[in-house]
Design a protein around this ligand. Structure first.
Ligand SMILES: [Zn+2]
Length: 146
């Protein structure tokens, strides 16, 4: 199983004695935001933001979990339709670990959507859906014309 870091930053996970550094992939997942209105409070600007769809999140891949920002994770729907779950192959950096001066030096692990992470396996090579048929060359029934 591999992690793919879709943030622009190096991620350092500090889990007990283990420190694990995950470099950015180069692709970045973002939430599209637009400024609805701006106002001023005591001369300081306040922007009203509307968040839209997640952009730059690749399709699920076998044995792959994507790391995104907490904002992107929050914008991913838990369910797409009542019977279709949203993406469960995505995590965000977890609780921060700080040094003695209070500077963040890493995170303790990851945060997932409620229900936990599901690592994709057995995805169809053609359509990317989970295969309904096993024992073939990696394609689902519909893609094989069944
Ligand atoms: Zn297919």
């Amino acid at each position: 199983m591999k992690f793919v870091n879709l943030t622009p930053h190096q991620i350092t996970v500090i889990a007990g004695a283990i420190t694990h550094v995950i470099n950015p992939d180069g692709r970045v997942a973002r939430v599209k935001t637009s400024v609805i209105e701006e106002q001023s409070l005591n001369g300081l600007p306040v922007r009203s933001i509307e968040t839209g769809q997640v952009e730059g999140l690749p399709a699920p891949e076998n044995d792959t979990v994507y790391i995104v920002s907490g904002m992107v994770l929050a914008a991913i729907p838990l369910t797409i339709r009542p019977h279709i779950a949203g993406r469960r192959d995505v995590v965000a950096p977890g609780e921060l670990v700080r040094d003695d001066a209070g500077r963040p030096i890493g995170c303790k692990g990851f945060t997932s959507k409620p229900g936990g992470v599901r690592v994709p396996e057995d995805l169809c090579k053609s359509c990317g859906q989970e295969r309904h048929v096993s024992g073939d060359a990696g394609y689902c029934g519909p893609c094989l014309g069944e």
